[in-house]
Design a protein around this ligand. Structure first.
Ligand code: 5AD
Ligand code: SF4
Length: 440
């Protein structure tokens, strides 16, 4: 019995897909790289923007064709898009056999087994943590560790709270236990995951409660863990104790992905982000004071309802003032059921949105390139990942700043080596391994 899995969306879905693989393989399924050969065609979906829906629906058309050719094949759709569509999936897409939301992943084995009796949908919002399932990690030296699920924010553009539910934190002892297990298994880099990772812990009973800063320190102290990352934090929950934990623990990487969404206080208010441009920039100043070499990346939305030229210029100047190492830029996409989609007109003309995002992307690239230049001439620690994707004679690895380095050298994946950086583009660095032996 063979399965084929396609994953869309964020790191949380990458994490969940590793659990889907682990669960299916523990039940005797094996993976195939070809959808045509699969007995089970599985999708882990995203619905964050309209473009995510479109990408998935193209793939679902392929599954429909295969189901027509081989009616025995099982088509299963999990994740955020499935949750957002609930039972209407089976009416609209009758060839789908199984559908389940992100919280029902632990029941995947049972759902697939029951499929031949009746089509099932499972859409509760508070199922067990998928973290408790076996994982089949794609990368042996890196692990995603889920610390919370769901989100209590009310960002007016965002569909996540309605598909992932209220925020629930995993007890700190469970998180640290999992980190110990993966570290004993050879993992060097751990990424803590949550939809709003740094509001962690507030919902836990007193005896299990830890703050995000305490958790960060505990994870960093686990034997064998060389690097700790986390994503995504909300600026409103970025307290001083978190900044201090980052600055003081050498294992916590000098990189922070801090979504700003807009540089205009007026738009931030309409988004219900609960901070102003000034407060965001004040936070950036405090982060840079504590960690002068910090790499900072962000998410920015262009063309939110009511965004004027002046609002957009505020986003442009935010990029300059925050001096980002990189940014993901998105066109606003009205999501059914969100406050913005229900109450605000998507009134920025398409050509204005396109012109704005073009200018923003150019600026982000220029800032990123200038920032990357600071590494040239430096000897930096690189976690080796494997051969370079573009040149098999080179190795590929990453700085703690989350920048990819292609370099001449000889080292095993998972090792930390010193690399002298010779040149930079906006997204990658080039270098050579120093004569010095591996650092760890
Ligand atoms: N339209 C455009 N971008 C969005 N994002 C979330 N919802 C929307 C939307 N409706 C972006 C935000 C978020 C990232 C994951 O996706 O920038 O941080
Ligand atoms: Fe997509 Fe958001 Fe779901 Fe991640 S949590 S898969 S980004 S909709």
């Amino acid at each position: 019995m063979r399965y084929h899995l396609t994953t869309f969306g964020c790191q949380m879905n990458d994490h969940d897909s590793e659990r889907m693989r682990g669960l299916l393989e523990s039940q005797g399924w094996s993976q195939t790289g070809e959808r045509d050969d699969a007995d089970l065609i599985l999708f882990n979906t995203c619905t964050i923007r309209g473009s995510a829906d479109d990408r998935f629906l193209g793939n679902l058309g392929d599954a429909k064709r295969l189901k027509r050719e081989r009616p025995d094949v099982v088509v299963a759709v999990g994740g955020c898009w499935a949750q957002s569509q609930k039972e209407q999936i089976f009416e609209q897409f009758p060839f789908v056999d199984v559908a389940f939301g992100p919280s029902e992943l632990t029941r995947l084995g049972e759902l697939v087994a029951r499929e031949r009796i009746e089509a099932v949908g499972a859409f509760s919002l508070d199922g067990a943590f998928s973290s408790d399932l076996p994982a089949r990690r794609e990368r042996p030296h890196q692990a995603w560790v889920q610390i919370s699920t769901g989100c209590n924010c009310v960002c007016t553009y965002c569909i996540v709270p309605s598909v992932r539910g209220r925020e629930r934190s995993r007890p700190a002892a469970d998180v640290v236990g999992e980190v110990r297990r993966v570290a004993a298994d050879g993992v060097r880099e751990v990424t803590l995951l949550g939809q709003n990772v740094n509001s962690y812990g507030r919902d836990l009973p007193r005896e299990e409660r830890a703050t995000f800063a305490e958790l960060l320190r505990e994870v960093a102290a686990v034997e064998g863990v060389a690097r700790v990352r986390y994503t995504s934090p909300h600026p409103k929950d970025m307290r001083e104790d978190v900044v201090a934990a980052m600055a003081e623990c050498p294992e916590v990487c000098a990189h922070l992905h801090l979504p700003a969404q807009s540089g205009s206080t007026r738009i931030l208010k309409a988004m219900r982000r609960t901070y102003s441009r000034e407060r965001y920039l004040d936070l950036v100043t405090r982060l840079r004071a504590a960690m002068p070499d910090l790499s900072l990346t962000t998410d920015l939305i262009v063309g939110f309802p009511g965004e004027t030229d002046e609002d957009f210029e505020d986003t442009m100047s935010l990029v300059e003032e925050a001096d980002y190492d990189g940014a993901y830029t998105f066109l606003y996409s009205p999501r059914p059921g969100t406050e913005a989609a229900e109450t605000l007109d998507d009134d920025v003309p398409a050509e204005v949105k396109r012109e704005r995002i073009g200018r923003l992307v150019d600026l982000v690239q220029a800032t990123g390139r200038a920032r990357a230049e600071r590494f040239v001439g430096r000897e930096a620690e690189v976690l080796v990942e494997g051969p370079s994707r573009t040149d098999p004679d080179l190795l590929r690895g990453r700085l703690e700043h989350n920048i990819t380095v292609n370099f001449e050298g000889a080292a095993e994946p998972g090792s930390l080596v010193a690399v002298t950086i010779d040149s930079a583009t906006s997204t990658t660095l080039r270098g050579r391994q120093s004569k010095v032996a591996a650092l760890a």
